[in-house]
Design a protein around this ligand. Structure first.
Ligand SMILES: [Zn+2]
Length: 496
């Protein structure tokens, strides 16, 4: 039995001004054949889970292509077509493949396609035909479409946020596919749309209403006859018709059962929609709270959430901390020009330069820092633990650390990298507990990395292209009605 493995992961923010190109994938991850295996086999990622699951079932792995890039603006047409062609060519280059394990994000948008992932699945089906089974893994932040359900035999999404269960879900996908090929099961699936959004902070699966929902999803997946159950809260930073939370249930042969369980889960999530809403602390309130707290505080810069497509160079929160002169602060900013200047000056040199806020006008203004260049690094580091995103090999490009005269630590990177691993800063000689404030360019996902070293984590309502609530965005294409932006009394009424 030969199983083809494909991965193409991108979360595309339609409010971002920075289009994503094939070079962003080349810089982050673009692996074919055996290189795909060595990149992902030990990673806490669904691709690692695919590999492990196939090995457990003793089937042959056919590694085709895995591409991933840091979230950002939609893909240019040219880049989308280059990567799609590469994937299709890799399939055509094989004599026989019995089934496919595919890892997509679910919220990829290109200039041409509002759900680029749906288009990718359609294109793959056009090559492989309708008979070969396809099991699809998606990020919880995918905006799932009916067509994705039609084009696949089973969809499984992550079940934890921060995403630390990716490898486990990948193994499930592999087992489901192999059992389908052995004709032990015959998966059928149903999707339900509760016509709502779940606030990014409330999506945290460790507590509160979302934990209740996830517990119910787990229980549902163990119902006799059910093969898998998933909830995807969706992704609000893509203004597309498929935006919003979705439930997918996969059952063995029994479509009616899949529909019934999906409806029950939609009822549950809709019933706790008030609790799944949130308002974040504004900057003055968050800083006041942080100052009153003894110990290190992580301030989550919601408006510049790199994992949601933020530019990674917003200075808004950092500048406020400097103005208040409230304690030592660590910040990581994407600023390739400043990195070049520092690298030219050299380690140990005193430097003064303007950093950050160079991508657009929406994320503050450049801040002048004066300090000593302590470290210049190639920006590569390994994260062996299970962290959101599951990447083992990380690259933030050539990076420098400046220690300012006031004792702040400013790390400048030449590639955008979401803050999912503490090694992003410890590899440049930072001891996080020595800092009073750590500005983290994310909201919920970096908790897996930063909670162990911070006494308090405060999500801060900063402006930017990933501002936390949907209210701050003007949508043109999103579906209507959609709670909480519109009144929805009963999701079933909207559906019918
Ligand atoms: Zn996600």
């Amino acid at each position: 039995m030969r199983i083809g493995i494909i991965g193409w992961l991108h979360e595309s923010n339609t409010f971002s001004k920075k289009p994503t190109t094939v070079d962003d994938f080349y810089a982050s991850c673009y692996k074919k054949g055996d290189a795909l295996i060595s990149e992902w086999e030990n990673a806490h990622h669904e691709l690692g889970g695919f590999i492990e699951g196939c090995r457990e079932c003793d089937v042959e792995i056919v590694p085709l292509l895995a591409a991933a890039a840091t979230p950002g603006g939609p893909l240019t047409n040219e880049s989308y077509n280059i990567i799609l062609k590469d994937i299709l060519d890799s399939i055509k280059g094989q004599t026989r493949i019995d089934g496919y394990l595919i890892a997509l994000h679910g919220a990829m948008v290109s200039e041409e396609y509002e759900s680029a992932d749906t288009q990718t699945l359609e294109s793959i089906r056009a090559v492989i035909g309708s008979d070969a089974p396809v099991v699809l893994s998606l990020d919880m932040h995918g905006n799932i479409t009916e067509k994705m359900v039609d084009l696949t035999n089973a969809i499984i999404t992550y079940r934890s946020y921060p995403h630390v269960d990716q490898r486990e879900r990948g193994r499930e996908c592999a087992s489901l596919l192999v059992n389908t090929l052995k004709k032990k099961i015959s998966p059928v699936q149903a999707m339900r749309n509760p016509h709502m959004l779940i606030h990014i902070v409330q999506q945290y699966t460790g507590a509160g209403a979302m934990k209740k929902v996830i517990d119910a999803v787990e229980k549902a997946s163990n119902t006799p006859g059910v093969l898998s159950a998933s909830i995807a809260p969706g992704y609000i930073y893509a203004d597309v018709p498929c935006m919003g939370a979705k439930i997918v249930v996969v059952a063995d042969r029994d479509k009616r059962l899949a529909e019934k369980i999906a409806e029950q889960l939609a009822d549950l999530v809709f019933s706790v929609r008030l609790e799944l809403n949130a308002t974040l602390a504004d900057m003055p309130t968050a800083l006041q709270q942080a100052r009153e707290h003894e110990g290190t505080v992580a301030l989550m810069d919601a408006g510049d959430n790199i994992g949601g497509g933020g530019p990674g160079d917003s200075t808004i929160l950092f500048e406020e901390i400097l103005t208040q002169n409230a304690g030592k602060c660590l910040v990581v900013l994407y600023d390739p020009d400043a990195v070049q200047k520092c690298a030219a000056a050299g380690i140990g040199q005193l430097i003064q330069l303007d950093v950050g806020a160079k991508t657009d006008q929406r994320h503050g203004r450049p801040v002048t820092v004066k300090g000593t260049i302590r470290v210049i690094s190639d920006g590569y580091f390994i994260e062996p633990e299970a962290r959101h995103g599951g990447a083992r090999f990380n690259n933030q490009g050539v990076s420098v650390r400046i220690e300012t005269e006031e004792g702040h630590q400013v790390i400048l990177t030449s590639l955008r990298l979401a803050p999912m691993s503490l090694r992003q800063v410890t590899s440049l000689g930072i001891h996080p507990q020595d800092m009073k404030f750590i500005v983290v360019k994310g909201v919920t996902a970096p908790r897996a990395a930063y909670e162990p070293v911070c006494d308090l984590v405060i999500p801060v309502d900063t402006p930017g292209c990933t501002q936390a609530g949907p209210e701050s965005f003007t949508y043109y294409k999103r579906p209507r009605p959609l709670y909480p932006l519109d009144e929805v009394e009963d999701w079933r009424v909207v559906e019918s």
